[in-house]
Ligand binder design. Structure first.
Ligand SMILES: [Zn+2]
Length: 298
């Protein structure tokens, strides 16, 4: 009797567990926006649906104050890019974190590839994307340290003919209507209020807000040079902790605004790129003329 009861209780518990166990994902019926989740045959359909438009979310591995993860920029930019691609279909390339970050080499966990490798890998990546039908590639930047690298890369596409166009989209979060900031916007640059708020939306499980005050994100202003005179050590001179701003005052309210504006900015860019028929035409005209500059009318 007792044993029978136990068995039936066990069976009852097992049925509850069975009911609660997550079921494995069933095969997708709609096209994924993730390049790496598509089958080869679905990839062909995806290229057609995207009209050859693909996103390359571009992040980095670097310290983000005392409170955010090393992959913060890539996690955030992928969150925004994947959401945008679902609104306006585009194929999103897998995790890419091979950008410019020499200025954080003194901090744990930073991965800083050489200058040559950064450019070669990016060129081969966009070449391979284009060979697979991505004739319009939007590099969606998520890391301020790439702000010089990416326009330079795009400019060098004029060096030799390419049958595709590279577009670079800066970090489009924020703007008019933004909730009032609690910290100084002038130094809210890295792991500060805005970025931490965005992370609270993209990956709240990785934000250690209580640790944010452990270090100072204040501008130490250790280098005095006239405006317009640039040197590479400028960032370290100002923010040697690789932290700029006040992450501790971040909020979900600001984060929701940052996420919404960023996703919207990327969605608008995808639409504009799909509609753009001029860039490739002008590139081809330019490449042709470059072969014989003396024939260009003067
Ligand atoms: Zn960042």
């Amino acid at each position: 009797m007792h044993k029978t009861l136990l068995i039936s209780i066990n069976a009852f518990c097992a049925s509850i567990l069975w009911a609660q166990a997550p079921s494995p994902p069933s095969p997708q019926t709609k096209l994924s926006v993730h390049w790496d989740e598509l089958t080869a045959a679905d990839f062909k359909d995806a290229i057609a649906r995207a009209q050859g438009t693909c996103l390359l979310p571009f992040g980095i591995l670097e310290k983000h104050g005392a409170h955010l993860p090393l992959g913060n920029d890539l996690l955030n930019v992928r969150y925004a890019a994947l959401n945008a691609a679902q609104q306006e279909y585009a194929i999103v390339f897998p995790e890419y974190y091979f950008g410019q970050i020499f200025e954080a080499k003194h901090q744990p966990g930073t991965v800083a590839y050489s200058r040559r490798l950064q450019l070669d890998l990016l060129q081969e990546t966009t070449d391979e994307m284009a060979r697979n039908g991505c004739k319009k590639i939007i590099i969606v930047n998520g890391h301020g340290g790439n702000n010089s690298l990416l326009p330079f890369f795009a400019q060098t596409q004029l060096d030799t003919p390419h049958d595709y166009v590279v577009y670079v989209l800066g970090i489009t979060r924020g703007g008019p209507g933004e909730p009032k900031h609690k910290s100084n916007p002038a130094t809210d640059m890295h792991a500060g209020e805005s970025e931490t708020s965005m992370s609270m939306i993209a990956r709240p499980d990785l934000v250690h807000l209580d640790r944010a005050p452990q270090e100072s994100g204040a501008d130490q202003a250790r280098l005095k040079l006239p405006d317009g005179l640039y040197t590479g050590i400028w960032w370290y001179a100002r923010f040697p902790n690789h932290y700029a701003g006040e992450g501790a005052v971040a909020s979900r309210e600001l984060g929701e605004f940052e996420a919404k504006t960023w996703i919207n900015g990327i969605t608008q860019a995808i639409r504009a790129v799909k509609a753009d028929q001029e860039s490739l035409r002008l590139q081809n005209e330019f490449y042709e003329r470059s072969k014989h500059p003396l024939d260009t009318p003067q």
